[in-house]
Design a protein around this ligand. Structure first.
Ligand SMILES: Nc1nc2c(ncn2[C@@H]2O[C@H](COP(=O)(O)OP(=O)(O)OP(=O)(O)O)[C@@H](O)[C@H]2O)c(=O)[nH]1
Length: 301
């Protein structure tokens, strides 16, 4: 009998959700950087484990929403969690029960729901085993987790066990995605995220949230190479100059770095063309939100 369903990974920013997702799905579906709050959309990855198909919802970090986009992300995170057949709360072993974790536990309690909730204590490579036992005890006193796992998403410890458990608790039923669709699921989106990541790394604190990248076209050529056109949208004219850099050197370096990563990812030669455009007020466009898988809510500030 086959099984299939949605698994939501929740946790504070930086808990390691993207790292874990990448490991379980086996492809770089969401981008890991050292910055917090890099996950902007509910990017899904699909994993097959035995007869089960697991559709992962990679939720944005749950943090205090300030701006409208942030609030949409938090809503998406919980939206994802409440639709899910199984929830995995990821916490960091060395940080323990932070106020952020407390807040998530409160929300989990309020949420009710029947889906099994697993606790995954991540980054076990950073602490001694006594710390883990204490933390497991304290967390389970606070919430009735179905199961507790100790993992290192980065090193891979415990990840297979967690994945097998998720696969086993999913409801019985037919797979949600045909097998041949899984491979090219969000290729364009991945490519756009790679470029966005390079831009973010390059520009440091400057406008990481104020730009968006879209893959306009994707063309596979006879020689096996891929031609990809992407648009980088910025909010103001002034931002365009920052993204381009002196004599275009910033965008050139970003294009080179993104192309190299794409080539490694695709295993093919890539021709990447980036164009920077000004699109004022894109943050407020409801359309964009739904494209990112987010819910647009008219907010109060
Ligand atoms: N030492 C150690 N570091 C880890 C482990 N798992 C993840 N990290 C690191 O923790 C940082 C954050 O990981 P991410 O996967 O980006 O975290 P995230 O929860 O997706 O973060 P957001 O996208 O901000 O929500 C990265 O620097 C990872 O390399 C682990 O098992 N051990």
């Amino acid at each position: 009998m086959t099984r299939a369903g949605f698994a939501a990974l929740i946790g504070e920013p930086n808990a390691g959700k993207s790292t874990l997702l990448n490991r379980m799905v086996g492809a770089k579906v969401s981008i890991v950087t050292h910055k917090v709050q890099t996950t902007r959309a509910r990017i899904r990855g699909v994993a097959i484990e035995g007869e089960s198909q697991i559709v992962f919802v990679d939720t944005p970090g749950l943090f205090r929403p300030r701006r409208r986009l942030d609030r949409a992300m938090v809503a998406a995170a919980w939206g994802g969690a409440s639709d899910a057949d199984v929830i995995v709360l990821l916490i960091e072993a060395h940080r323990g029960i932070t106020p952020g974790v407390e807040a998530i536990l409160e929300q989990l309690k309020d949420r009710g729901g029947k889906a099994p909730v697993a606790l995954a204590i991540n980054k076990i490579d950073r602490v001694q085993s006594e710390v883990l036992l204490g933390l497991t005890q304290k967390m389970n006193d606070r919430f009735a987790f179905t199961e507790t796992f100790m993992i290192s998403a980065e090193k891979g410890h415990g990840c297979d066990t967690l994945k097998a458990w998720i696969a086993g608790v999913l409801p019985e039923g037919p797979w949600l995605y045909p097998e041949d669709q899984i491979a090219d699921l969000p290729l364009r989106m991945i490519a756009a995220e790679m470029t966005r990541e390079k831009l973010t790394l390059r520009l440091h604190q400057e406008l990481p949230y104020q730009l968006t990248v879209e893959t306009e076209s994707w063309e596979e050529r006879k020689d096996g190479s891929v031609k990809i056109d992407q648009l980088v949208y910025v909010m103001r004219d002034g931002h365009k100059g920052i993204v381009l850099g002196n004599k275009g050197e910033t965008i050139k370096a970003v294009g080179k770095a993104a192309r190299e990563e794409l080539e490694e990812f695709l295993g093919n030669r890539v021709h990447l063309f980036l164009q920077v455009k000004v699109r004022p007020g894109w943050l407020e466009e409801a359309e964009r939100y739904s494209e990112m898988g987010l819910d647009f809510r008219d907010g109060d500030g």
